[in-house]
Design a protein around this ligand. Structure first.
Ligand code: MOS
Length: 737
């Protein structure tokens, strides 16, 4: 898969102390460059998932099951075939595979009668000459069902909870005896936190256009976070060899996990295009995005903390219960941050799952930490109060330089520094006792929480070409999901090659380019960025050779190669052009160090003493995530994460109808993500840090750090404002009165 000619390959078996980015000669790295793709996006020239145009294009509209469990008995395609514009109805619905939210697992197509596992499952696609005609016919398509018995209630099916099979994250961790430590400790907290199902609610609905070539190969144009693995998943579901499937995903209007794996519209478009012999575009309606992609599981977290009088944790327990469809492998990894955030000898971190016929559970921004840190960081706030300790002090006392479960050092960890810096910048010293500060009708409070998100390196490659005109091109199956990948990868190439950013051409999101892990789990920048780095390192060596000097003697700046009193335009040195592939993969460093980004969240809220309304007044996040590759896009990632945190704390909740699992609120009018009026001034501050164990660019993940802990900081501020502790999220006003 990674077999390209001139490849500079690195396995992270050892620390990589030297980074070519350290010199900063070109001055591109870390600068707050505007997005290189920005002008295309704001002028409408960037092609988003639903915007690819083809001759003879036909439009597909998906048909969603209207029962929560059971079977499809028949679909009367003839009833809609004569409607205006209808081309065909694809009803061999048993071929629509169900795909796991993690993107890795694909269920084999069922044979014969299609079982329905949840309301909204896709059972057919109607193809027509226009989107409107397809939708009209799809909504009229008669589908006969045989209703079966489904499991819809979390409470009602509690007894069926099971633990993850071996090898499935999240792993169970038990050490010492939490029960005993709880019984013996002078100070304990034993509470249960609840978080609801959530939806990624990306602005761009899922959409795919399928085009079959004469040779039997297939191209899918759409929005895919991980084109390389998505193409194999798609190939597998269609019974094709992976080489026959190409994915093109140039611009993505938000994914947040919902586009990590292949969604049903992709497979449906492919099958329909084959059947009608024309390119087919399938765009999900907003309601279908909510019903038929993935949700974040609801969670119930039994938190137990035990501490000595001076605040040293002696036990940490986080036993969580989540839900997913029967037979699914994906578990919301609630305790993933708890494994490494604080020291404490006795530990129990476990997960169990209740099988329910609800929307599939999958990854949503910071799977694990985004909700697991609600339980942990709110319980820590409760513990601090019980101890009479400042919540920041409690966290600092339990900071650790060794991973408390793996017993290896952290590759880099700036938790205490972030807590201190945040306290200073936020004015934490002015925080009063719960319920003590009032301005008119408003009770004002401050809260904080730690932030942690694991850092991952994923096998990735990229090609960099130097051209005779002095420009360069970067290409990779890496994606930009709105995060800034186009820009930071151009900055990395620019910095090492000494070519201005505006002379670096970028091509991302095509599986015909070198394979990459794409965008997910906050690994994108570190992984694809390292691949670009390695390609450029090789090109730098080639340029030194062309100059007849050692690499150390060569300076590349502003398009010139400078050495030994000579200065030659890079374009002249490369003749017909140079190219190199960079390739990175994880190695022993992953086991020898524990890797995560850390930070601290601070929030100030007002709670209306009459209505219970909560307004966030200001927030500050202080983060340390290794090298910041672009100060502007990194900040934007954190602002987005903190905004998600406000949603988690105050507004976001999916309601499942207890009778049939139907999503009651399945659009952006009913599922409340924070809007501008809900989001006050947010401040983001980065601490300088380098991580030589993570990768050669010394950067760690940033995309999910901003959400991890943010909701807990808001909830803790609510408690400080009004002295009401709500453990059932979101914290809506009815729960405060
Ligand atoms: Mo993320 S939930 O891995 O896009």
């Amino acid at each position: 898969m990674f077999g390209f000619g001139t490849t500079n390959s690195l396995t992270m078996d050892k620390p990589h102390p030297h980074s070519l980015l350290d010199t900063g000669v070109q001055g591109s790295i870390s600068r707050p460059f505007d997005r290189v793709d920005g002008p295309k996006k704001v002028s409408g020239a960037a092609t988003y998932a639903a915007e690819y145009a083809f001759d003879h294009l036909a439009y597909g509209f998906l048909v969603s099951a209207r029962i929560g469990a059971g079977k499809v008995v028949s679909i009367d395609a003839e009833a809609v075939r004569s409607l205006p514009g209808v081309i065909d109805v694809v009803t061999d619905f048993d071929r629509f595979v169900r795909v796991s939210g993690q993107g890795g697992e694909t269920k084999a197509p069922t044979q014969g009668v299609k079982d329905i596992a949840f309301m909204g499952e896709i059972v057919a696609i109607v193809v027509a000459e226009s989107y409107e005609a397809a939708r009209d016919a799809a909504l009229q398509l008669p589908v006969a069902y045989e209703a079966g018995e489904g499991a819809y209630g979390f409470e009602a099916h509690r007894a069926e909870a099971y633990s993850p099979p071996d090898g499935v994250t999240p792993s169970h961790f038990a050490q010492g005896d939490v029960d005993r430590a709880m019984a013996e400790a002078p100070v304990t907290v034993d509470v249960t936190y609840i978080t609801p199902s959530q939806n990624s609610a990306a602005m761009e609905p899922h959409a795919s256009t399928a085009v079959w070539e004469e040779d039997g190969s297939l191209t899918l144009y759409g929005a895919y976070q991980m084109p390389t693995s998505d193409a194999s998943q798609l190939a597998k579901s269609l019974g094709l060899s992976a080489k026959k499937v190409r994915i093109i995903s140039r611009y993505i209007g938000g994914g947040f996990g919902s586009k990590l794996g292949v969604a049903p519209e992709s497979v449906a478009a492919a099958i329909a295009a084959k059947q009608v012999g024309r390119p087919v575009k399938a765009v999900m309606a907003r309601q279908q995005v909510f019903e038929a992609t993935v949700r974040r599981s609801n969670t119930e977290q039994h938190m137990r903390l035990a501490a000595t009088r001076d605040g040293r944790l002696t036990a940490i327990g986080q036993e969580s219960l989540v839900s997913n469809q029967p037979g699914e492998d994906f578990f919301e990894p609630v305790g993933i941050g708890t494994h490494m955030l604080y020291a404490g000898e006795n530990r129990l971190i476990s997960h169990r799952q209740i099988p329910l016929n609800l929307v599939l559970s999958g990854s949503m921004r910071a799977p694990g930490e985004a909700v697991g840190m609600i339980g942990l960081e709110c319980a820590m706030d409760e513990l601090a109060e019980t101890l009479g300790l400042d919540p920041i002090e409690l966290r600092k006392i339990n900071d650790t330089s060794l991973d408390p479960e793996k017993n290896v050092p952290f590759s880099s960890r700036s938790l205490t520094a972030a807590l201190d810096e945040g306290a200073e910048r936020f004015g934490w010293a002015k925080r009063g006792l719960p319920g003590a500060r009032r301005e008119g009708e408003w009770l004002i409070g401050m809260g904080m929480a730690s932030a942690v998100r694991g850092n991952m390196l994923m096998e990735s490659s990229a090609k960099v070409e130097l051209h005779a005109d002095g420009s360069a091109t970067v290409s990779s199956a890496m994606t930009d999901i709105g995060t800034g990948s186009y820009t930071i990868l151009a900055q990395i190439a620019s910095e090492i090659l000494g070519i201005p950013v505006d002379r670096i051409g970028m091509a991302l999101g095509d599986t015909h380019d070198p394979p990459a892990a794409g965008s997910g789990g906050s690994w994108g920048a570190g992984s694809a960025g390292s691949a670009v780095y390695l390609a450029c390192e090789m090109l730098q060596r080639k340029l030194a050779k062309a100059m007849g000097v050692d690499e150390e003697a060569l300076t590349l700046k502003d398009g010139m190669a400078i050495a030994a009193n000579r200065s030659i335009p890079i374009g002249e040195l490369v003749g017909q052009g140079f190219e190199a592939i960079g390739h990175i993969k994880p190695g022993k460093q992953e086991k020898e160090t524990s890797q995560a980004s850390f930070g601290a969240h601070f929030a100030e809220v007002g709670v209306n003493a009459v209505t219970g309304e909560v307004r966030v007044r200001r927030m500050l996040g202080v983060f340390a995530a290794g090298r910041v590759l672009n100060a502007k896009t990194a900040r934007s990632q954190c602002l987005g994460g903190m905004t998600f945190g406000i949603g988690t704390a105050l507004t976001e909740e999916l309601y499942h109808d207890a009778r049939n699992g139907k999503l009651v609120n399945r659009d952006l009018a009913e599922y409340h993500v924070p809007v501008n009026a809900d989001v006050p001034q947010l401040e983001v501050h980065f601490l300088p840090e380098r991580d030589i164990h993570a990768n050669p660019i010394h950067a760690k993940g940033i995309g999910e750090l901003g959400i991890s802990g943010a909701g807990a900081a808001v909830a803790n501020a609510i408690y400080n404002a009004c002295a009401v502790r709500v453990r059932d999220f979101p914290v809506t006003l009815d729960k405060l009165l």
